[in-house]
Design a protein around this ligand. Sequence first.
Ligand SMILES: Cc1ncc(COP(=O)(O)O)c(C=O)c1O
Length: 379
Amino acid sequence: MVFDFDTPTNRLETDSIRWDRFDSKEVLPLWVADMDFKSPPCVIEALSNRVQQGIYGYTHSPDHLNMMIANYLEEQYQWRVDPDWIVILPSVVSGLYTAVQQLSKNDESVLIPNPVYHHLRLACSSANRLFQEMPLELKDGRWVLPSNELPNLITNKTKLALFCNPQNPGSTVFTKDELKDFGDFCIQNNLWICSDEIHAGLVLDDDKKHIPLASISKEVSEKTITLMSLNKTFNFPGVGLAWAVAENPTLRKAIQIGLHQTIAPPSLLAYTATMAAIKEGEPWRQELIKYLSGNRDLIYQKINSVKGLSISKMEGSYLAWIDCTTLNHPNPYQLLLDNGLATSPGDQFNRKQFIRLNFGTQRNRLHQALNIIEHCAKL
Ligand SMILES: Cc1ncc(COP(=O)(O)O)c(C=O)c1O
């Protein structure tokens, strides 16, 4: 490997949310979704050069950024978008909250997957929107939407569907057929769609690929705001930015509400990091994927060999969704924490008998985590 993913990095004294929550001598913190790897050398170099300029005034989005993003989407996902469809945002989360506010009214409701990244749910509750969950089901070892059930989950008040692909947690990389089914369902029921695709760059198998939901058809594209970012893939969420893609001008206008007023623009370093990753980050990303799939394979074997635990084969990103139901412990998250491993508790996703383990870390640390999990399962 040209890039070093194995040497442990020290994240203490970097004000890391993940590493500062617990006493690092006592607890290995594998929860919040950032990785323990340094960003690619091309990003570090570009940021250093930008910092050296010493000029940090008000900065607009670089003129060619939208074009760079459009080219990147075509290269990576064979998805052709007009650069004018792209709206630069400070983060995916701000896009989620704006989409819910703008695309549904007070007495209308929103469809969201369950389990899912908690901000999809919080975006609804903070806007006082009712939401209906689509409980993902395990089918042939993959967490998928309950397609036959979907018509029973909506009413004439349902106006918006939030989607997450690759799925967090659960790790599904949705297939073209699955996306088509869901897209068609939304069109038939006149639902707007907001698709969170932040984990798109982290598909773990060569025979799978990320397909943007909006790329399925012109009709779906006209109904969809796609939220993307390189923050996860290149591990710079502290200095990153996001973007929305919306072909439909009404949707584009909606996602811009509040920008530069209540929603701050990205920092100038965010532009630098994102452009460096687009231009030169691909070799690093390729090696990262190999390293993460090695971690994934290790988890899959180990967890499924431990009595009381199970996991499906993960397809995307670095978040392992571990089913502890047959462990018969009232609080698996607490059990692990008491034994020195911090994970994300399942109840953050409304599934208390699960835990989510962040495996975007060095292999040695992962071994340590798996040993703790195995030990706890035997208690
Ligand atoms: C599905 C999903 N969306 C959004 C985010 C956060 O994105 P951002 O940092 O750009 O707000 C995360 C972070 O874990 C995530 O998993």
